[in-house]
Design a protein around this ligand. Structure first.
Ligand SMILES: Cc1cc2nc3c(=O)[nH]c(=O)nc-3n(C[C@H](O)[C@H](O)[C@H](O)COP(=O)(O)O)c2cc1C
Length: 325
């Protein structure tokens, strides 16, 4: 039923991808997404070193025989990740797909990944970066709108605008991300010319997600206007829920604080305390605006089935209003 360049290239049933999320996209969640016909992702930065990543890949292979991807983060983070070693493990373990995100150019890792026959989807928040990704050899570009949970870049363009623009200027397939959680967003993204969707926040609030129940509940209680943007002063803008850590960060940023002064509030480990341990004021609490229409904690399969079944209902509705014959 669904056939796009992305489903063909990645060998997946549905053009639905779970974006890499630090601490959240572990083997169990990735397997649930891949088993439900989408593409699951594990985040290499969760695993600290090459052997950790290798173990997680082997664990994931016990849980699914379907395709999956490994996320590589090229962020100028406080913590250095051994990306060269991660690339080596991805190639050695014959992983077929990598999701490359972060502020640095994907050109840093694409040649080594391609040499190992790994397909690369790179993430971009601007058309400039998307074109650079394509020039660097990316096989698909994930285009993120400002609604996106987590890193949103610096230009604040909505998914509705940046996705069709990227479709116009890129030759490689576009994957839409930011503000998608159900069949309506899915069909809309395909209508804009995207060949797959990538979601984060929706998958955090699922049964298979390792996020703490308090974090999932927080997403359910959040309205679309209750997230904010932080870390702009250090050119690393992130969308997050509003808590003590974010308020402190914004106060410090207004005073021109250095990255070192912000570190205690914005580090990946502070965010981990919230997302995995339920200490909700400890750090950043990444979440997209789409939380406003997330009201339950279904299984991953239910999320994906609803998107697919709902797409048919939308087609019927659009036919009734006269859009299709
Ligand atoms: C809790 C959380 C953590 C995230 N962590 C990462 C990350 O480590 N690396 C990354 O590339 N994107 C990360 N993202 C972004 C997602 O991969 C995806 O692009 C985004 O969630 C899509 O927007 P949506 O939340 O509106 O669905 C994160 C998003 C969330 C909600």
């Amino acid at each position: 039923m669904f056939k796009t360049r992305v489903t063909e290239m990645f060998g997946i049933k549905y053009p639905i991808i779970c974006g890499g999320m630090l601490w959240v996209t572990q083997a169990e969640l990735a397997a649930a997404v891949s088993n439900a016909g989408g593409l699951g992702v594990i985040t290499s930065a969760n695993l600290f070193n090459a052997e950790g990543l290798r173990k997680e890949i082997l664990k994931l292979r016990e849980l699914t025989d379907k395709p999956f991807a490994v996320n590589l983060s090229l962020n100028p983070t406080l913590r250095k990740t051994p990306n060269d070693e991660f690339v080596q493990v991805i190639v050695e373990e014959h992983v077929k797909i990598a999701e490359v995100s972060g502020a640095r150019s994907p050109a840093e890792v694409i040649p080594a990944l391609h040499a190992g026959e790994v397909k690369v989807m790179a993430k971009a928040t601007t058309i400039r970066h998307a074109l650079n990704g394509e020039r660097s050899g990316a096989d698909a570009m994930v285009i993120l709108g400002i609604e996106n949970g987590g890193n949103v870049g610096m230009e604040d363009v909505s998914t509705m605008v940046i996705v069709p623009k990227a479709v116009d200027v890129l030759k490689i397939p576009v994957i839409a991300a930011g503000g998608i959680a159900d069949a309506r967003g899915f069909v809309a993204a395909l209508a804009l010319g995207a060949e797959a969707v990538l979601m984060g926040t929706r998958f955090v609030a699922t049964r298979e997600s390792p996020a703490h129940p308090k974090y999932k509940d927080w997403i359910l209680r959040t309205e679309e206007y209750q997230t904010t943007l932080a870390q702009r002063s250090i050119k690393n803008t992130h969308r997050t829920l509003i808590n003590l850590a974010v308020q402190k960060t914004l106060e410090l940023e207004a005073r021109g604080a250095s990255i070192g002064e912000l570190a205690g509030w914005i580090s990946g480990f502070s965010y981990r305390k919230g997302v995995l341990d339920g200490e909700l004021n400890a750090g950043m609490a990444y979440c997209g605006q789409i939380a406003g229409i997330i009201h339950d904690i279904p299984t991953v399969k239910e999320v994906i089935d609803r998107m697919v079944d709902g797409a048919e209902e939308i087609q019927e509705r659009l036919t009734r209003v006269g859009l299709f014959k």
